[in-house]
Design a protein around this ligand. Sequence first.
Ligand SMILES: C[S@@+](CC[C@H](N)C(=O)[O-])C[C@H]1O[C@@H](n2cnc3c(N)ncnc32)[C@H](O)[C@@H]1O
Length: 305
Amino acid sequence: MVVQANLARALGQLERQTHAVIEQTIEKGREFAFTSADFERVRKLIYGRAGISLSPSKHEMVYSRLGRRLRTLGLSHFSDYLTLLEDGDAVEWEAFTNSLTTNLTAFFREEHHFPVLAELLQRQKGNGPLSLWCSAASTGEEPYSMAMTAVETFGTLKPPVKIVATDIDTNVLMKARQGVYPMERLEKMSQERIRRFFLRGKGASSGQARVRDELRALIDYRPLNLLDASWSIRGPFHAIFCRNVMIYFDKPTQYRILQKFVPLLHPDGLLFAGHSESFHHAANLFRPRGKTVYEGVAGTHATGR
Ligand SMILES: C[S@@+](CC[C@H](N)C(=O)[O-])C[C@H]1O[C@@H](n2cnc3c(N)ncnc32)[C@H](O)[C@@H]1O
């Protein structure tokens, strides 16, 4: 028994030493020192700040994205950078968060949602101004798709619709506000939509397109962290788009966010989720109303009409 225990201890030690040697060898070829312990610190910090659960496979992604911050700040060790964050540097916290978000999006992504939104708007015609919330707006393609749907439904560039578009990432919000996109980003849209809603750039701006001002005027962009205890946003909303962001959060975090959506959703409103997101674990709050579309469970949603 004693021999076995000693052997196990020795093997454990050997494993740790081998691991350290491998890590040092990798570090030698790198611009910045980045250990597994540093990576764990990054994971904890971004989880605490934004609710984002980074899987161990994101080690290299973290090195490359945060490496740019170290270069800008003239630091050579991730540990120094992380200490700066832990000391509460507000500017760096924003840059850190912006660096670690994933902003993949597209115009009319998950297209089946937009006819559902159009029907909802159609049903509410004549009921005064309608409010929509896009809660992970990224670079703006999603809120602009909602705005195009509203314009098409009401047949005017000034529909009675207001869209609040939020995201934790302040860089993407800046791009969204500008509303300028490379032409390739528009490729999947019909020529009619492109003609109606975009202005093609000329000269130095050729190859780019700008969203028309009337469309931009329908959207109010604001930073908002879904993880924050209180949100600076007022409902009720006829639609809440919360697509392809919940996948980064664990179930308890998702549930807390869904609970906060409840009083913000209009009694006839709908919640739209991403293709790989399901809210079955919150069946007491929302029930399915089609493919990744949910409605509030009676009695739990907002009462103001
Ligand atoms: C993959 S994009 C999805 C964009 C768009 N909703 C779509 O489906 O095409 C995820 C977005 O969620 C944002 N995000 C991540 N964590 C967030 C948080 N805690 N609060 C608000 N937005 C967050 C990211 O900045 C990113 O722009």
